[in-house]
Design a binder for this molecule. Structure first.
Ligand SMILES: N[C@@H](CCC(=O)N[C@@H](CS)C(=O)NCC(=O)O)C(=O)O
Length: 211
């Protein structure tokens, strides 16, 4: 039985979606960021960064959303979240998972957590630079989907799409949300039509950007 430590709508979302897609039993532990529960001494023993997600697998804690997606896809091959090892699609799978978690993950983190860069609010030039990086990454994905869609790996849905969906949702209140790009809009709609998305919204009690 897996245990997922999560906060609604946060970086735990992709892992939560993967568990729902797989259909395996799991236990959820919600952390209250308002009360800074992610920095409780007990939790820091599981995740020394004081962040979500943390996934307990066979009694041991692991963190980093992209790594957890890969781990789950590998442990549950029947769920079809990863193409077969050694295939060319698998190479693309690695590429896009690392792309999202390196080109978008840290930049979003800086966008939402100015304190990470030492100030309560970003000065305009930092905000513009972060915005430019995020929009640049989404433009690249939009161009890729236009010729290589409908999913990131073409015809095959995979864990990459769950990671992309989480990051797409985070753009909803940004100056240019992903829905402003035509191929990304269709891609988001396609992924948001999956039953796992509706179930996630119920469990995490989310409202914004449902469909
Ligand atoms: N690279 C990490 C980022 C995790 C992360 O930044 N999580 C945020 C929520 S989206 C968090 O736990 N924030 C609480 C905090 O930093 O105090 C991942 O993808 O798992």
């Amino acid at each position: 039985m897996y245990t997922l430590y999560y906060a609604p709508g946060s970086a735990s979302m992709a892992v939560h979606l993967a568990l729902l897609e797989i259909g395996v039993p799991f236990r959820l532990v919600k952390l209250d960021f308002e009360n800074d529960e992610q920095h409780d001494a007990q939790y820091l023993k599981l995740n020394p960064r004081g962040q979500v997600p943390t996934l307990i697998v066979d009694g041991k804690p692991y963190f980093e959303s992209a790594a957890l997606l890969m781990l789950l896809a590998e442990r549950h091959p029947q769920a079809g979240l990863a193409p077969p090892p050694g295939s060319s699609s698998r190479a693309g799978w690695y590429q896009w998972i690392v792309f999202f978690s390196s080109a978008l993950g840290p930049v979003y983190r800086q966008w939402f957590y100015p304190a990470d860069l030492g100030s309560p609010e970003h000065p305009p030039f930092v905000r513009d630079a972060l915005r430019g990086k995020i929009e640049g990454a989404w433009s690249l994905v939009d161009a890729h989907l236009t010729t290589g869609g409908p999913y990131m790996l073409g015809a095959e849905f995979s864990a990459v799409d769950l990671l992309a969906l989480m990051y797409m949702r985070w753009s909803r209140n940004m100056p240019k949300p992903v829905t402003a790009w035509p191929a990304l809009r269709q891609y988001a709609d396609r992924l948001r039509a999956r039953p796992s998305w509706a179930r996630l919204y119920e469990i995490e009690e989310l409202t914004e950007w449902r469909a």
